[in-house]
Design a protein around this ligand. Structure first.
Ligand code: TYM
Length: 355
């Protein structure tokens, strides 16, 4: 039986954090035995916000090593670097002909990143879209919103569609991009009257998509939020970050709803697999006996249980340049095979037939 094609990637913007792990990487490892898995390092996407050549290369290497240290096996899954597959940028150009500037401008990630590029604060309820658009158009050339940022969802759609992937394990924050990918696939198929692209779905073993919160009270864990626990954090530093997590003043009366920052800590504990402990802390909150010091200690140890084996392996892997090179060369070869076949079909369908 043909296996479902899986594709997912992580931007090369530094070390991987718990959001990347629970939202994506953990599923990459769990899926590799049963699916046709393709995992890549999105270095072209990283260029939309981090155009620093030295940093970019170091980040690509680091993420590759962290993929391997977390247990992705290059004999089971195809591991590749996005920029090693030139068919992707070519198809990105072609798909862009079918994508509206308006729909790209309306995506949440674009709005957030554009605001950052312009140096204005985060979006708020009731923001004036017209004023925002005027700011983008009127931006000075050195504080511009780059076009790559706008077309980020097209590139992501191409990553997925060029491999004809049907399952895309990603965190909750990427669901809007997946929705756009499905829309672009449908649009292309119906415009040309073909059945070229399947519509991909998020995948988390039947559970809802994950959003790992920051430990600073609300919102999500993310590099630009500066609230990350990294897989390679040393135990001392990691414990310190967890001990500093925001809580509340403690429950005032029995059975009151758990406040957001405390719920975040307990949910994170549950994500690590410590479901029983998490249930105990929920019960302790309900009867007002909860002790946040204990909760944080248990959480730090549960996290270390996951990150320590990864951290222990990563430096050895990083030191083996020859191995890393072999992995990405083999991965690029495999990824290019299917990408080239899809691109040839796309060119044909669009009338780029040659002579
Ligand atoms: P990126 O690099 O921002 O994040 C990589 C993966 O980690 C997940 N993630 C989280 N999940 C839960 N909670 C969090 N706090 C959290 N932070 C990050 C993301 O959901 C993602 O799964 N556009 C993508 C990269 C990409 C891609 C693709 C993914 C490019 N092309 C094609 C899938 C398929 C991104 O920026 O992810």
């Amino acid at each position: 039986m043909k296996k479902d094609i899986v594709l997912s990637g992580i931007r090369s913007t530094g070390n991987l954090h718990l959001g990347n792990y629970f939202g994506a990487l953990r599923n990459f490892v769990r899926m590799q035995d049963d699916y046709d898995c393709n995992f890549f390092i999105a270095d072209l996407h990283a260029l939309t916000t981090n155009p620093d050549p030295v940093q970019l290369h170091a980040s690509v290497k680091q993420i590759l090593a962290e993929y391997l240290a977390a247990g992705i096996d290059p004999e089971k899954a195809t591991i590749f670097v996005q920029s090693d597959v030139p068919e992707i940028p070519e198809m990105y150009l072609l798909l862009n002909m079918h994508v509206g500037i308006g729909e790209l401008m309306r995506t949440t990630s674009f709005k957030d990143k554009a605001r950052k590029a312009l140096g204005i604060g985060p979006a708020a309820e009731g923001d004036d879209d017209e004023a925002f658009e005027k700011q983008i158009i009127g931006a000075s050339t050195n504080k511009r919103v780059n076009a790559g940022l706008l077309t980020y969802p097209t590139l992501m759609a191409v990553d997925i569609l060029i491999q004809k992937a049907t399952l895309v394990p990603v965190g909750k924050d990427q669901e809007q991009h997946l929705e756009l990918t499905r829309r672009f696939a449908r649009r292309f198929n119906s415009f040309y009257g073909v059945d070229l692209f399947p519509e991909p779905q998020n995948f988390n073993f039947g559970a809802a998509a994950v959003k790992v919160p920051g430990l600073d009270g609300s919102g999500k864990m993310g590099k630009s939020e500066g609230n990350c626990i990294y897989l390679v954090d040393e135990p001392k530093a990691l414990r310190k970050k967890v001990m500093k997590a925001v809580t509340d003043e403690g429950p005032k009366e029995p059975n009151q709803p758990i406040s957001e920052p405390v719920a975040n800590l307990i949910n994170l504990l549950e994500l690590t697999g410590a479901a029983d402990l998490a249930a105990q802390y929920r019960a302790a909150y309900a009867d007002c006996t909860v002790r946040y010091g204990d909760l944080k200690k248990d959480l730090a140890e549960a996290i270390l249980g996951i990150t320590t084996p990864i951290r222990d392996r990563v430096n050895d892997i990083l030191a083996d340049e020859e191995y890393l090179r072999r992995v990405v060369r083999q991965g690029a070869e495999r990824a290019r095979e299917r990408a080239a076949a899809t691109l040839a079909e796309v060119r044909q369908v669009m009338g780029l037939r040659g002579f």
